[in-house]
Design a protein around this ligand. Structure first.
Ligand SMILES: [Zn+2]
Ligand SMILES: [Zn+2]
Length: 99
């Protein structure tokens, strides 16, 4: 669901690099911070920023074990052991700034 939490991701600029912005490995994917379909069936969602991720971080993101948030304009990431819903991870400890 595109609410005020996810909408803040739309304000972030794309981060493209030859290296993964999370772990620094060779980047292999441009990942959309806002996923298609997040607004619900048939709803149009604005094109959000894309970020460079390596294979493993990209897999983790789509498995809901790597999460992104906009913290006052700073792109931050958080890893979780288990797949977590975005709404549940936002207040967790351990968020770190992406390079
Ligand atoms: Zn990575
Ligand atoms: Zn992706």
């Amino acid at each position: 669901m595109l609410n005020e939490l996810t909408a803040s991701l739309l304000l972030l600029e794309s981060r493209h690099s030859t290296n993964c912005i999370v772990c620094g490995s060779k980047a292999q994917h441009k990942h959309h911070l806002i996923q298609k379909g997040i607004g619900g069936k048939g709803k149009k969602v604005p094109e959000g920023a894309t970020v460079s991720l390596c294979f493993r971080c990209h897999e983790a993101t789509h498995a809901h074990r790597l999460h992104f948030r906009n913290n006052d304009g700073v792109l931050q990431a958080l890893r979780t052991e288990e797949p977590m819903k975005y709404i549940d991870v936002l207040d967790m400890e351990g968020w770190f700034d992406c390079d």
